[in-house]
Design a binder for this molecule. Structure first.
Ligand SMILES: *Cc1c(COP(=O)(O)O)cnc(C)c1O
Length: 420
């Protein structure tokens, strides 16, 4: 696997081998993570990393672009097909960059964005005060009306929108387990003259697989995304424009030269492969199973009386109030589960009274275990082991036996090399 690293650099080899083992022998429940195919990894590790190609296909600032143009055009065309839209920019280096470029494309300094509150499920890049982007633009937040159903307060959103006149009405989330009412977002955006933008970083794969609604069908103008979460591609970003050529030009200029320098063509090659995989019938089956597995976990939490934000899940993730239900802080739960081979993350819950570094919740999801081949049965088993681990946190013998069970499941379901 790492022939040349092995010959050349034992120090790095040891670290890589450690991570290989960690991923193989533990269960990944962080809902923003996944396992990519060997083909994606080959392209991501390819010689395209050698090449500078500032600009866009046909309009580059350096020579030697025969193949960079071909690969970028292929990635763009596949992204357009996958999400049924007119334009795609595959150059953003990450989801954060995709959002920042979109803000700069559509806004002037001081303009307002109305987005989801971080503690109600939004993302840092949607205007958390610690981000630099808030020095340029004014972010106003909307919230859930009822954290136990997950329903967004659309009336309040409309009232605030009429008041603050946002240029962007931003939908999308990192820690929210229900579907949004897209028609309401779009109608409020139209009413106040805002662009309707949605950040689909978490659910891009579900949309591509056809198991979640496509926001473009409801009139959203722009979608931003990562490519490495449910979409199961390399670490990177993506911006999609439904139909406006004028908007697409603004986005292209904002990504380059506005924000970034040379695109990472090796990542773009890997994106093309991942988009190709997502176009296969097997990807529909995969994404449908992600949802079934999340439902199976939901049933276990429901039966064991653990409070879930939103009352459960309609997507790939669950946010559980472990402090409220089990008397354990999110940080401690994360640490205990790490010790038995389950990786997930602590998370703020809506109206959390605890600090961000030790919040009330944990967040976990099914994209990665589903890639491993888990069905409802194993997913329910994991949910039970997870709750058992928290319940028996002081009991070393019990925790050891949970660790053994997790290891057995990992051996039975190795990380696959290929999905097509
Ligand atoms: C993960 C995520 C991002 C950021 O992606 P990075 O690649 O980590 O920069 C942006 N928005 C949402 C909603 C996300 O979940």
């Amino acid at each position: 696997m790492y022939n040349f690293v092995e010959m050349q650099d034992k120090e790095v080899l040891q670290i890589l081998t450690g991570e290989e083992k960690r991923e193989a022998e533990g269960l990944e429940l962080i809902p923003s993570e996944n396992y990519v195919s060997q083909a994606v990894r080959e392209a991501n590790g390819s010689i395209f990393t050698n090449k500078y190609s500032e600009g866009y296909p046909g309009k580059r600032y350096y020579g030697g672009q025969t193949y960079t143009d071909q690969i970028e055009i292929l990635a763009i065309e596949r992204a357009k097909t996958l999400f049924s839209c007119g334009y795609a920019n595959v150059q953003p280096l990450s989801g954060a960059n995709a959002n920042i470029a979109t803000y700069f494309a559509l806004l002037l300094p001081g303009d307002t964005v109305l987005g989801m509150d971080l503690s109600h499920g939004g993302h840092l890049t949607h205007g958390a005060p610690v981000t630099y982007i808030t020095k340029f633009f004014n972010f106003v937040r909307y919230k859930m009306k009822n954290p136990d159903t997950g329903e967004i307060d659309y009336e309040e959103m409309r009232k605030v929108a009429l008041e603050v006149k946002p240029k962007i009405l931003l939908a999308g989330f990192s820690a929210y387990s229900r579907e949004l009412e897209y028609d309401k977002f779009v109608s409020i955006a139209r009413e106040v003259g805002a662009y309707a933008v949605i950040d689909i970083a978490h659910i891009a794969g579900l949309i591509a697989g056809g198991v979640a609604k496509n926001p473009f069908d409801y009139g959203f103008d722009i979608m931003t995304s990562t490519t490495h979460k449910t979409l199961r591609g390399p670490r990177g970003g993506l911006i999609l424009v439904r139909e406006s050529e004028e908007l697409a030009k603004k986005i292209d200029r904002a990504v380059f030269p506005g924000l970034q320098g040379g695109p990472h063509m090796h990542t773009i090659a890997a994106k093309a492969i991942a988009f190709g995989e997502a176009m296969q019938p097997s990807f529909k089956v995969y994404t449908a199973q992600i949802l079934k597995n999340a439902k199976a976990m939901e049933t276990v939490l429901h039966d064991r009386k653990v409070r879930m934000l939103g009352g459960g899940t309609s997507n790939h993730l669950i946010l559980a109030d472990v402090h409220g239900s089990l008397g354990v802080g999110g940080r401690e739960a994360e640490e205990i589960l790490d010790s038995v081979g389950i990786t997930l993350n602590k998370n703020m819950i809506a109206n959390d009274t605890r600090p961000p570094l030790d919040p009330s919740g944990i967040r976990f999801g099914t994209p990665a275990i589903t890639t491993r081949g888990f069905t409802e049965k194993e997913s329910a088993q994991v949910a039970n082991l997870l709750l058992d681990g928290i319940a028996h946190r002081g009991d070393k013998i019990k925790l050891d036996s949970i660790r053994q069970e997790i290891r057995k499941m990992c051996i039975q379901f190795p990380i696959p090399d290929s999905f097509v």
